[in-house]
Design a binder for this molecule. Structure first.
Ligand code: 0L1
Ligand code: MG
Length: 262
């Protein structure tokens, strides 16, 4: 690691402060160009520690930047991983207050719920499918704390991968007998289809994103516990939203989930 404890704390304070006060900031690597991956995840861990200390609970994990479209949109080439706390959850069809966010965007995703622990290294699609209880549609609301969504990978990891809100719903589907690569999705904004895709857009198979998360955690001596909700990453580019927008995600064989921005 290149950053000391005080600097990690100060950067966690800065980024979480931006989230809580709906303010943006410049990317932290501008001030700390030598920071490494361990520093970035240490800042994210410190943000998580602060939320838990305030009584929030971690209720899900996420993989981000897992599709070619997202990687191209953000100019990066590696997936990143983050967490979601209970205050991020929006009920299916429920409201998301734009005033609590900076510049939200939505991403159409396939959410996995596990039934057994998943551990890396060496985790693969087969292990993920064997450990999956069901999958369902999920819309992630991302809200980078960085000005104009301009960041690099280490900065975005420190910022908990832009996590802000999410909704899951629809009809849970078992994965045995399903081909998640060819599952089609349609994202609608105000009744108009705005993005289309198929599961294979996420690392060739959405389960590959879950395996990558398990392998990432394995390197840190951690694992994905049974019963974990995981967002596998945006299938298409993220779509900007504002107050008044209604967003629905339809996933083949899994029904739909929706969220209203107020
Ligand atoms: O969930 C995601 O794919 C987002 C990861 C962070 C990058 C971004 O804010 O677009
Ligand atoms: Mg996402």
């Amino acid at each position: 690691m290149k950053l000391d404890h005080n600097t990690i704390n100060a950067l966690a304070d800065r980024l979480e402060g931006c989230q809580l006060q709906q303010q943006d900031t410049t990317k932290i690597t501008d001030d700390h160009p030598d920071m490494d991956w361990d520093d970035a995840y240490a800042i994210q861990d410190e943000i998580r520690r602060r939320k838990l200390a305030r009584g929030l609970r971690v209720i899900g994990l996420k993989a981000g930047l897992t599709s070619h479209a997202k990687m191209k949109q953000m100019g990066v080439s590696t997936p990143v991983f983050g967490f979601m706390t209970d205050d991020y959850a929006v009920p299916d069809g429920g409201e998301c207050k734009v005033s609590e966010l900076i510049h939200p965007k939505v991403e159409p995703e396939i959410a996995f719920v596990t039934k057994t622990d998943l551990r890396g290294p060496g985790c693969h699609i087969g292990a993920v499918l064997a450990a999956t209880d069901f999958v369902m549609p999920g819309i992630e609301v991302i809200d980078s704390r960085y000005r104009d969504f301009k960041f690099d990978l280490k900065s975005v990891v420190a910022d908990n991968t832009s996590a802000a809100r999410f909704v899951v719903g629809g009809q849970p589907m078992r994965v045995m007998g399903a081909d998640l690569r060819t599952v089609g999705i349609v994202l609608e904004k105000n009744g108009v289809p705005v993005a289309f895709g198929a599961g294979a857009a996420v690392m060739g198979h959405p389960a590959a994103a879950i395996a990558a998360l398990a392998n990432h955690l394995g390197e840190r001596g951690e694992f994905i516990p049974a019963g974990t909700l995981i967002l596998s990453g945006g299938i298409t580019e993220a779509v900007s939203v504002q107050a008044g927008d209604n967003v629905t995600l339809r996933v083949q064989g899994m029904g739909s989930t929706s969220i209203r921005f107020v």
